[in-house]
Design a protein around this ligand. Structure first.
Ligand code: 13P
Length: 248
């Protein structure tokens, strides 16, 4: 049985004050049984890790450098994130692919760094609206996933989490229907099963893209949807916790 995971990607939102108030609110309210994880901006990771230490809520980073260390101005390494007490790292988010031209091979290199630092990579895949309309969804998401499946060992893959985020559903209020999301999740899981059946049975596949309290339950009850990667609704404690409840 895969325990559901509900993760909040705060993207470039927040302030020191907001981090404290949001996390204190999450901690003080009735916690759902689902696992919760937050991805604050880099600058607030140590603040978040300190506030959440000893709590069941985990802390992840939104990206990391593909280099180990050295002369890479502005970059943050996986080892630095591990040093802060971070447990997960988002990789290949569509906003990184779109605005920073991140490629599948960079995502793979970053995943290797994250795993070497004993952290868990959350690899994002997803098609644009044009790709979906052209009937290329399967091809696009399988190509993105395959880069990681082929480049990592089985032991490494056992730690990987995959997030399916259709680009057209991110921040748009348009959500994939539970059936659309399930179809892609099942396809991704079957690609993993070709590598190793047991791996496919245990790997977590999160759905992201305008997941809200009112649509979360119908998405999360699908057999291959193991949790959510929440943007906008994760900035509101009540909404985030409501999605956590829907995942129970
Ligand atoms: P929204 O929930 O705001 O659509 O964002 C989804 C997302 O990109 C999470 O990584």
């Amino acid at each position: 049985m895969r325990q559901k995971l509900v993760a909040g990607n705060w993207k470039m939102h927040g302030s020191q004050q907001m981090v404290t108030s949001l996390l204190k609110e999450l901690l003080s309210k009735q916690a759902p049984n689902a696992r919760l994880l937050v991805f604050p901006p880099y600058l607030y990771l140590s603040q978040a890790a300190e506030l959440l230490a000893g709590s069941p809520i985990g802390v992840g980073a939104q990206d990391c450098s593909q280099a180990e260390e050295g002369a890479y101005t502005g970059e943050v390494s996986a080892a630095m994130l591990a040093d802060l007490g971070v447990s997960h790292v988002l990789l290949g988010h569509s906003e990184r692919r779109q605005y920073h031209a991140e490629t599948d091979s960079q995502v793979l290199e970053k995943a290797k760094r994250v795993l070497a630092a004993n952290l868990i990579p959350v690899v994002c895949v997803g098609e644009t609206l044009a790709e979906r309309e052209a009937g290329a969804t399967a091809e696009v998401v399988l190509q993105q996933l395959t880069a990681v499946l082929e480049g990592l060992s089985l032991d490494e893959l056992k730690k990987v989490i995959v997030a399916y985020e259709p680009v057209w559903a991110i921040g748009t209020g348009l959500t994939a229907t539970p059936e659309q999301a399930q179809e892609v999740h099942a396809l991704l899981r079957s690609a993993v099963a070709k590598v190793n059946k047991e791996l496919a049975a245990t790997m977590l596949f999160l759905y992201g893209g305008s997941m809200k309290p009112d649509n979360a339950a119908s998405l999360l009850e699908m057999p291959d949807i193991d949790g959510g990667l929440i943007g906008g609704a994760s900035l509101d404690a009540d909404q985030f916790l409501a999605i956590g409840k829907a995942a129970e």
